[in-house]
Write a protein that binds this ligand. Structure first.
Ligand code: M6R
Length: 605
């Protein structure tokens, strides 16, 4: 979940460069930050502090330096303190390391190192890394070999980046957490066609936005691999046996503008608004491929969907899509719960993994479980080249463009659209599905107008001081009620819970007091009468009822009109809730882009 960024090359402002680039990775963690620069005397100078990197003036790192690494932290081991912030150093201060993930056997390794005379300044697992490399350097002159030997002793999932006072190289390694190399060409990110290109330096980061201003040519590090670069050359090798691993250069298509806030105050609002176009991009899939996948689901002996958080709610909604649209049964499980389902897996089973980032540790774990049983894996991801994208047997991309706010919005509607498209393809009605989804996308375009947004902002003003909020839905609106709760919780910190409308009378209705805000999500279909009855039950107990529905009803104290989108109702109903969550956060003085305790990409189990 932490952000890593390093540079080595001919640029002389490496310190400033890594701090500026790291600001684009702040979504990965924002407890504390740190930077290590090698100065002209060859010493490693470290600066670190608690707080957000976005508040740091990078000009303070403008001293001449061609090799630097930096880190933004999401604390796992040890509290949020300056001492625990990365980079961490070896005893002799010759080695600096930044790290993402968890070294599971760090206590054992720390005890061994203590017995050899090492002392530690922090409570982190990370600090053992530079100390272990230092220890390994006693028996090898070569920095990269020492890093390799240290890595072989680690258990767990990690990505690390290291530098040494006497080595011109940056050395990075990954097992489970992402790392990407950016190839810095002298002619910048947009080369002349056919021009011969010369490398000016290499970037190593947890995610592409860190270096997107300099290059869009990338090379992906796979699990169990190391990379060593001196800024002129780069070598990828296997951690275990040191054998060279050839790598392709891949051009990424995302633009710098897509990854920036533009005129919006927050990424969350920008990304909500982008749903005007992103759903249409998700629907624009290769039809042959969708038909092949639909066939694979039909022929599979059991299709399982796994994902986490919001992506999981898209999968849950798709259980209804496959049932109602295609008459086919699929099973959803939260990725973190999937392990015990392995009893049902066979080589003919299919696992569908849905993930915005393509790096979520629990989802990757579920993939491993399925693969160990010989089952095939279909990925539905947003980030091209992410681990899930590369490791799946087939991969579909939702093409939402970079999603930077921690709260997932446009990725959700893209995931819902792709899953619904496959359900329509299974029903032999791919064209109908495509038409419906494109119509839905244009309805969303109409919805996202200033008057509609202002109406929701006013509602947020009215309920912003409430302590509890409940959301109900039925059919695909039930997972959307759960998703609504996640959105409200994570950005506004209001206690919010989603329920299946029919479950209210089996317990949760006891929570309702005079004025408790309750949102009912509904469409215009065979379950509307039921969910309206549930809303009336809530109103009768004093709830302040908010109907998200195509038609007004006297059961609603407040009505948020949504278009009638038929089978695609889930996609339109979630939009006003995303906007409401955003305004609840802002009006309660919270930063919706960086909610407390969370990070965008959850690469730890
Ligand atoms: O990158 P992923 O889609 O795999 O991430 C899954 C969840 O961590 C993510 O959806 C999370 O729940 C969001 N913060 C919700 O807005």
């Amino acid at each position: 979940m932490c952000g890593i960024f390093g540079y080595v090359g001919t640029r002389i402002n490496a310190g400033q460069l890594v701090v500026d680039g790291l600001k684009n990775l702040e979504y990965r963690g924002y407890d504390s930050w740190g930077v290590a620069c090698k100065n002209e005397q060859g010493d490693i100078i470290v600066e670190k502090d608690i707080g957000k990197i976005s508040t740091v003036d990078s000009r303070q790192f403008s001293q001449r330096c061609t090799q630097a690494l930096a880190h933004t932290r999401w604390a796992t081991h040890g509290g949020v303190t300056k001492k625990n912030a990365h980079p961490h150093l070896s005893t002799d201060r010759t080695i600096a390391v930044v790290h993402n993930g968890i070294i599971e056997n760090y206590q054992e390794l720390r005890d061994e190192l203590k017995n050899k005379g090492h002392s530690f300044l922090s409570e982190t697992d990370t600090e053992i890394i530079p100390h272990l490399i230092e220890e390994e350097m006693k028996s090898t002159e070569d920095f990269a070999s020492a890093v390799r030997r240290a890595c072989k002793k680690f258990k767990g999932r990690y990505a690390l980046l290291a530098m040494h006072t006497t080595s011109q190289t940056l050395v990075a390694a990954r097992t489970g957490s992402p790392l990407i190399v950016g190839v810095g060409y002298e002619d910048g990110p947009r080369p002349e066609r056919g021009a011969e290109r010369r490398v000016e330096g290499y970037f190593i980061a947890s995610d592409i936005p860190a270096f997107m201003a300099y290059t869009r040519t990338v090379q992906y590090l796979d699990d169990g691999e190391m990379v060593v670069t001196d800024g002129k050359n780069v070598i990828f090798t296997d951690i275990e046996n040191g054998k060279e691993r050839p790598k392709r250069e891949i051009e990424i298509t995302w633009t710098v503008e897509q990854a920036q806030k533009g005129d919006f105050e927050h990424f969350m609002l920008k990304e909500i608004m982008e749903q005007k176009e992103s759903i249409a991009r998700a629907v624009n899939q290769d039809e042959e491929q969708i038909l092949t996948l639909a066939e694979a689901i039909r022929n599979a002996k059991g299709t399982f969907l796994v994902a986490c958080g919001t992506a999981g709610k898209a999968c849950m909604a798709s259980e209804y899509f496959f049932s109602v649209i295609a008459g086919h049964h699929v099973n959803f499980a939260p990725a973190s719960e999937f392990k015990l389902y392995h009893h049902f897996l066979q080589p003919e089973s299919l696992l569908i993994v849905v993930s915005q980032s393509g790096e979520t540790a629990d989802s990757l774990e579920a993939m491993k479980v399925a693969k160990s049983k010989g089952a095939k894996v279909l990925a539905i991801v947003n980030v091209k080249g992410s681990t899930i994208d590369r490791e799946a047997d087939y991969s579909l991309r939702i093409n939402a463009g970079p999603e930077r706010a921690v709260a997932s919005t446009k990725a959700l509607t893209g995931q819902l659209a792709v899953l619904m498209l496959i359900a329509y393809a299974m029903a032999g009605k791919l064209k109908n599905g495509k038409t419906l989804l494109l119509e839905t996308s244009s309805m969303i375009n109409d919805m996202l107008n200033p008057r509609y947004i202002e109406r929701i902002e006013n509602l947020a003003e009215r309920i912003k001081t409430k302590e509890d909020l409940y959301i109900i839905g039925k059919s695909w609106n039930f997972p959307m009620a759960l998703e609504s709760a996640i959105k409200i919780q994570e950005v506004s910190y209001i206690h919010a819970e989603g329920f299946a409308g029919g479950e209210l009378k089996h317990g949760p209705i006891a929570l309702i007091e005079e004025g408790t805000p309750c949102i009912a999500l509904m469409g215009n279909d065979e379950v509307t009468t039921d969910i309206l009855s549930n809303t009336i039950e809530l109103k009768a107990r004093g709830a302040f009822t908010i109907g998200v529905a195509p038609q007004r009803n006297e059961a609603f104290d407040e009505w948020l009109k949504v278009p009638d989108a038929g089978h695609a109702q889930a996609l339109v109903n979630i939009i006003p809730i995303q906007i409401l969550s955003y305004f609840l956060a802002v009006k309660r003085g919270k930063d919706p882009d960086m909610p407390r305790n969370l990070a965008k990409s959850v690469t730890v189990k």
